[in-house]
Ligand binder design. Structure first.
Ligand SMILES: Nc1nc2c(ncn2[C@@H]2O[C@H](COP(=O)(O)OP(=O)(O)OP(=O)(O)O)[C@@H](O)[C@H]2O)c(=O)[nH]1
Ligand SMILES: [Zn+2]
Length: 369
């Protein structure tokens, strides 16, 4: 296989290590081999779209539909856009043999069920606009999502042309108080601030955009892609030159690091009206790291930060070193997390995934992979 080609769409040494753990020498040699005999048996693909009846993916020879065997059904519980899969040849088609263990996976609760949003992302662009959409509590929720998934959060304040310099400055001050050091203000309409995003647009990088409907996610992508020559390949499924955000789809824009082959994988998620978290304690503690650190020093380890003596959090609230609104949101998110945990929500997918994974390893061992 031509791994360098795959590297330009996000394949890294990490994924090869994951495969090395599970595959036999023969299968691994096939991946590395450029000899036609074995090359044609196996192929690696990156998932670009999951429809009810088909899975689209991109590999070294371009885009194709993949066959998905029953052990990966329902697909939404096993595979997400951005995942890498090892496939084997099945007559004229490629059949999924194994999902390569992802480096990160973005999940949320949807209708009380875990939903995989995307896999193998480097950056979560949290998009908010410089108008009435601006909402710190919502941003904290998105930050929690990123920290939980182990993805670097980047906050992008859009439509900077819609507000005064002073107002923009005020928004930025509020953003710098969040636990996210990567903050950028842009205007897609006026083409300002876009070059600041170059560090994220390196070859092999993968980015998902999240934010409420109408904050300007698609406009931002169009502005970034619009300066390039290969816009057509970016669109995926729409010949009108407009990216429609109705389904989750991974597409590519050219990298801006001087690598002529370099691509950046981008997932534009439909505006989420509500983002429900689960298994989020880690993310909440990271988002509110100042409160969490104080809470660790409360006299009682199970302190509710209410009336208990020796509560460091209350002391900080009274001294004004932490904000009441942050504390309220911290408690709210913890309550939600607790609720999900009590109802047993959220572990379902992970358990199923793990089960499928170990079953797969066993089968492969039996088949002498
Ligand atoms: N003034 C101004 N308006 C903008 C800018 N970027 C986007 N808009 C407008 O905001 C509206 C929504 O933009 P979209 O890019 O469709 O927003 P979205 O976040 O992709 O929305 P969904 O696809 O529903 O999630 C459109 O009318 C855009 O023209 C900007 O930089 N400045
Ligand atoms: Zn306390």
């Amino acid at each position: 296989m031509n791994l360098s080609k795959l590297q330009s769409i996000g394949w890294t040494h990490y994924f090869m290590q994951q495969l090395s753990v599970q595959l036999s020498f023969e299968a691994l040699s096939a991946i590395h081999d450029t000899d036609a005999q074995t090359v044609n048996q196996y192929a690696l693909f990156r998932i670009t779209a999951i429809h009810r009846d088909r899975i689209q993916a991109i590999g070294e020879s371009g885009s194709t539909d993949l066959m998905c065997p029953p052990e990966f059904h329902p697909t939404s519980q096993y595979i997400a856009v951005g995942d890498w899969v090892l496939t084997e040849k099945a007559e004229e088609h490629w059949r999924i043999k194994q999902i390569v263990e992802p480096i990160s996976r973005l999940l949320r609760l949807s209708g009380e069920k875990p939903q995989m949003i995307a896999s193998n992302l480097n950056y979560l662009w949290i998009v908010t606009s410089a108008n009435q959409d601006f909402n710190v509590k919502r941003l904290q929720r998105y930050l929690t999502l990123a920290f939980d998934a182990g993805i670097e959060p980047v906050i992008i304040l859009t439509k900077s042309d819609l507000c005064s310099e002073t107002q923009l400055g005020e928004y930025l001050v509020q953003l710098t108080q969040l636990n996210c050091s990567l903050v950028h203000a842009i205007s897609a309409h006026q083409n300002t601030g876009l070059t600041d995003l170059a560090p994220y647009l390196h070859a092999g990088s993968s980015i998902a955009l999240v934010g409420s409907s109408g904050v300007g996610k698609s406009s931002l992508l169009n502005a970034l892609a619009g300066t390039q020559q290969h816009v057509a390949s970016v669109r995926g499924d729409d010949d009108k030159g407009k990216h429609t955000t109705t389904a989750r789809q991974l597409f590519f824009i050219n990298s801006v690091d001087g690598n002529p082959e370099g691509q950046v994988a981008v997932i534009d998620t439909p505006g989420m009206r509500e983002l429900q978290l689960f298994n989020s304690e880690h993310g909440i503690n990271e988002t509110f790291s100042d409160i969490h650190t104080l809470a660790l020093n409360c006299r009682f380890s199970d302190c509710h930060h209410a009336e208990e003596p020796g509560c460091k959090v209350r002391q900080a609230l009274e001294a004004g070193t932490i904000k009441t609104s942050d504390f309220e949101n911290y408690l709210k998110l913890l309550r939600e997390d607790e609720y999900a945990k009590r109802r047993g929500l959220g572990n379902h997918e992970e358990r199923k995934y793990q089960r499928a994974f170990s079953k797969m390893v066993k089968t492969m061992k039996k088949e002498n992979w």
